[in-house]
Design a protein around this ligand. Structure first.
Ligand code: WTA
Length: 655
């Protein structure tokens, strides 16, 4: 385990912050009600979550709170609902009907405000279009969209007809789209002609065309294209349809669409995420349990109130976007702010300018963004009146205490509590996070498990580590928004998460618990790299590199990076008798961009004659990691088969 580096940092952190009195005196949950929630949850976690589930709209009540047959959970079994009724319809009967559900700003500065009534109307219409195109309950639909309100409409429209959406982040390449569409067997793709990023048009539809070339995705019969940029795109007759035209052509009776009731355990979406081996895993989330926990945690951790303007900066292509841009906030009737483009475009103060303009009160972003802003200097932030902010959140990777302090002081004016939230694609919703009006925070710690969640840190035998040492982060009890499986791969689900320590969910992270019961997350302990909060399997990058005709072998490791948290360093050997070509590095970068996406590009590629291996032929990534991080090897090399590879690499490093 590679826990040592982080342990040092955390052991020296002694600062702590009480919830500000001004905040906790008006908070939905104060210290007293938090203690009560914890008590109820401990006494009976299932009854506790059943109470939370009653905050949703159900078409038919459930019979059993939890049926647990590890690793298979059924939450609110036999209950029926449609998540869009909780996210939309119920608000129409209240004053929220005319409240903004979405305030959107395009990268070019265009602003759109969409009320709950209007969002409901758009979702109903797109749901009708989907049904007209033959989409039925249980069908899978891929969504490959820029961050425009229609991305949210697309997700909700799928949910409304009972179809399962698979959102593919707009940064993924055609190759990655193809793999995901085929794995999920999607029959329809929703995309746009393009989106804006850094002043350029990202040609989403072109990537879809490339992915579908030569019948590469035989299950797809329809591509629905939202016109966003008016850029030139080719429309394949019989397959491609303009979104706007399809909506315009709807019959009058199709303008409203009654939500299709589905089982609590009906899959709501698949979201692909990187693992340690092979291709990305399609993590499956279901309806009742997922919405229960995302709605409850949105309300508790963001202390969400009626007049908040809430901004989670994640793209809907990641789990954070699913749970805390779309489903959680809309179930709570929030006003969600959405921004289409790049954070520093056209100027480094774009974020702060928008916070001032839209009077954003809750900001939820990633440590990478915070570190980037920190490096750009305080002036960009201080230029703007950020007094509307009252709460700040972070997610996606460990936040270093200095970035936490900067966020607190410079962005939050030392008055806003910070909620550092730990969770994963697989957990669906937050698991460890402070409830801001009640919990004392420490810079760099996600604090403690939320009510109803039982986390622990254990050694290799599944024994609790206590507060003395670091170990593996696990969950001891099932939770409502837990992944129900990996799409079409039951065995891999069991093996990856449930077989390391019998009866416990193994998250893949290292952690330590301090004397006050605070959890300090130390990052992944497997071969998953976390770059700017994006999970990338080292295996995926290795396979991309090896697919290049000149490459014999590749080993990919992570090294710490001040801004992105981690960065990829690739060690590559070339096939015999290949003359080294100066452009090769660039070409290999292109290969990774083509096969995965540019966000997975290595920070450095090192060419070597051979890779250090054990006698059994396993690449010793541990040594390469050390080399990439420290520039030299100090660890144990006794199992190394051939020392010369390492010697050469070290010598090169010393030059
Ligand atoms: C890491 C993102 C430290 C962790 C929601 C986890 C964190 C992985 C935190 C999941 C945090 C997420 N502190 N580390 N607050 N939040 N992580 O699936 O390593 O994209 O396993 O979900 O990100 O990444 P994923």
């Amino acid at each position: 385990m590679r826990l040592e580096h982080h342990l040092d940092i955390h052991l020296n952190e002694t600062r702590q912050f009480l919830p500000p009195v001004e905040f906790s005196s008006t908070a939905k949950i104060d210290a007293e009600s938090y203690a009560q929630l914890q008590k109820e949850a401990q006494e009976n976690p299932v009854a506790f979550w059943e109470k939370a589930a009653r905050n949703l709209v159900w078409k038919k009540p459930w019979k059993t709170g939890l049926i647990w047959n590890a690793p298979k959970a059924q939450w609110f079994a036999e209950g029926k609902l449609n998540v869009t009724e909780s996210c939309l319809d119920r608000h129409l009967a209240t004053d929220r009907r005319h409240k903004n559900a979405i305030v959107w700003e395009g990268e070019d500065g265009e602003i759109q405000k969409i009320t709950y009534e209007e969002l409901h109307r758009q979702v109903c219409q797109l749901a009708s279009v989907l049904v007209n195109k033959g989409i039925r309950v249980g069908d899978t639909v891929a969504i490959y969209m820029p961050l425009v309100p229609e991305a949210v409409v697309a997700m909700l429209a799928c949910a409304r007809v009972g179809a399962i959406h698979s959102v593919i982040f707009g940064g993924f390449s055609a190759e990655s789209i193809k793999d995901r569409v085929n794995d999920a067997g999607c029959s329809l793709i929703i995309t746009a002609d393009g989106g804006y990023r850094k002043g350029q048009i990202v040609s989403l539809k072109k990537n879809i065309d490339k992915a579908l070339q030569e019948q590469a995705c035989p299950t797809v019969h329809t591509v629905l294209v939202y016109r966003r940029t008016n850029s030139d795109v080719e429309m394949t007759p019989g397959r491609d349809v303009w979104w706007q035209e399809a909506v315009q052509n709807l019959e009058k009776q199709d303008l409203l669409f009654d939500a299709v009731s589905v089982d609590s355990e009906h899959p709501l979406f698949i979201l692909y995420t990187s693992g340690t081996t092979g291709k990305p895993k399609g993590i499956v989330h279901t309806s009742g349990g997922y919405l229960t926990q995302v709605a409850a945690t949105t309300s508790w951790v963001f202390d969400l109130k009626e007049d908040d303007i809430y901004w989670c900066t994640a793209d809907v292509g990641w789990i954070t976007g699913h749970s805390y841009v779309v489903y959680g906030p809309l179930a709570c009737g929030a006003t969600v702010f959405l921004y289409e483009g790049a954070p520093l475009h056209p100027a480094p103060d774009r974020f702060w300018e928008m916070i001032e303009k839209h009077k954003i009160s809750i900001l939820y972003t990633a440590p990478t963004a915070i570190r980037t802003f920190m490096r750009l200097g305080d002036a960009h932030v201080k230029k703007h009146d950020l007094s509307s902010l009252r709460l700040l959140g972070t997610v996606g990777e460990p936040i270093n205490p200095e970035a936490w302090m900067w966020y607190r002081e410079i962005v939050g004016g030392s008055r806003c509590p910070i909620v550092d939230t730990w969770w994963q694609t697989e957990t669906g919703a937050m698991m460890i996070a402070p409830v801001p009006g009640a919990v004392i925070t420490k810079p760099g710690s996600a604090t403690r498990p939320l009510p109803g969640i039982q986390m622990d840190v254990v050694d290799g035998n599944g024994q609790s580590c206590g507060t003395k040492m670091g170990g593996y982060l696990v969950a001891r009890h099932p939770w409502p928004s837990m992944a129900r499986g990996i799409w079409k791969d039951e065995d891999r689900f069991q093996e990856t998460y449930w077989s390391q320590m019998p009866g416990l969910y193994f998250a893949g992270d290292g952690a330590r618990i301090d004397e006050d019961g605070n959890f300090w997350i130390m990052g992944r302990i497997d071969d998953v790299v976390n770059i700017s909060g994006h999970r990338i399997g080292t295996m995926e990058v290795e396979s991309a590199l090896v697919s290049h005709p000149l490459v014999a072998e590749a080993a990919v490791v992570a090294r710490p990076d001040e801004i992105t948290g981690q960065a990829i360093v690739a060690f590559v050997t070339l096939k015999e008798n290949i003359a080294f070509d100066g452009n090769l590095e660039k070409k290999l970068m292109q290969t990774v961009t083509q096969q995965i996406g540019s966000f997975a590009k290595p920070a450095a590629i090192r060419f070597t004659d051979s890779l250090p291996k054990t006698r059994s032929g396993k690449i010793m990534r541990r040594l390469l990691r050390e080399l990439a991080t420290k520039g030299k090897i100090t660890g144990d090399t006794t199992t190394l088969e051939d020392f010369s590879a390492l010697v050469a690499l070290q010598q090169e490093e010393a030059l």
